[in-house]
Design a protein. Structure first.
Length: 318
């Protein structure tokens, strides 16, 4: 956990209150259920309701989606979200959204009725796994106080995240967002001999690779039902790794953020334990940059890490 003195930020207050309310509700529900069942037994009216079936709809991208007159890209529903994702830069083609803002206008569930803890493949995918290594989003994403849920991504490449790699030359921020009911699965092909040591996995970015721009995370809450499974590499709750290639020294800021999810890593590549594996609640590894370029302000790690290798609430390996 990393905390500084001063006022408790809203998102952390909300986290604490949620925990208290859950316990109160559990007690109240148990008490009410006991009284109700007892009464029904007395009058011989115990009825077991049939379980309701939930059918997950299949969404398609809204081809009419685009920027509003003010230049902001607003997302109102799942088809808007899927269209946005289909336009993000991939292997050099598409829009990296550098200097642009994408804003969430409502809570969006990509897979209603699906449970991330089942770790099964749902109907609607965030993206196809093979694309994860080539995605590049350099813009700002404003959750606008809303929630993204029902997200599933798996990849057998060496990189996995929701927004790919950050390589922008302009400042960008991901803010005011709650993420829940998510499963990310990264595993290595048995015949893949590339990048044996460096396998970047992060919920939002697998790699931050910019020498001129600052990437900030502000007021972001990653809930308890977010699961990240990865075999080995640099694995983070927010960002997998920073990359200091050709004297690139990126700047990262985590401010008023909470990670309450679970990260699992075997640390193994086949039968070999990878000593380069590092797992962090916010950042998998910052060993390639000047650590003064990474700051944590009023952040809370309240999750679980099960890993072989270096691990930490903030960063796995510096």
């Amino acid at each position: 956990m990393c905390m500084r003195s001063g006022k408790i930020p809203f998102i952390i207050k909300k986290f604490i209150l949620e925990r208290k309310n859950i316990m109160k509700k559990r007690f109240a529900i148990k008490g009410f259920s006991f009284v109700l069942v007892l009464a029904m037994l007395i009058v011989g009216m115990v009825v077991v309701p049939a379980a309701a079936e939930t059918t997950t709809p299949t969404y398609a991208p809204d081809e009419t989606w685009g920027a509003d007159e003010d230049g902001v890209y607003r997302i109102y529903d799942a088809p808007d979200l899927l269209k946005f994702l289909s336009t993000v830069k991939l292997w050099g083609d598409g829009d990296a959204y550098e200097g642009k803002t994408v804003m969430l206008m409502a809570d969006i569930d990509l897979n209603p009725g699906w449970d991330a803890s089942s770790k099964t493949k749902p109907v609607n995918l965030w993206t196809e796994g093979w694309k994860c290594s080539g995605i590049q989003f350099d813009g700002s994403f404003d959750g606008n106080g809303h929630t993204l849920r029902g997200i599933y991504v798996e990849s057998d490449s060496y990189r996995l995240s929701l927004f790919g790699e950050f390589k922008g030359s302009k400042p960008a921020v991901l803010k005011n967002l709650r993420v829940e009911n998510v499963y990310l699965k990264a595993f290595e092909k048995k015949d893949n001999d590339n990048n044996k040591s460096y396998h970047g996995v992060g919920l939002f970015y697998h790699t931050v690779n910019s020498n001129t721009a600052t990437l900030s995370f502000e007021n972001v809450y990653v809930a308890e039902d977010v699961y990240i499974d990865a075999t080995f590499g640099q694995i983070g709750g927010f960002v997998g790794r920073t990359w200091n290639q050709k004297n690139i020294n990126p700047t990262l800021i985590f401010r008023d953020c909470v990670f309450a999810g679970t990260i699992n890593s075997t640390g193994m590549r086949g039968e070999t334990l990878m000593v380069t594996t590092s797992v962090g609640g916010f950042l998998g590894s910052d060993r390639d940059i000047d650590v003064t370029n990474v700051t944590y302000e009023r952040c809370v790690f309240a999750g679980t890490i099960n890993a072989k290798g270096a691990a930490g609430g903030k960063v796995g390996k510096g």
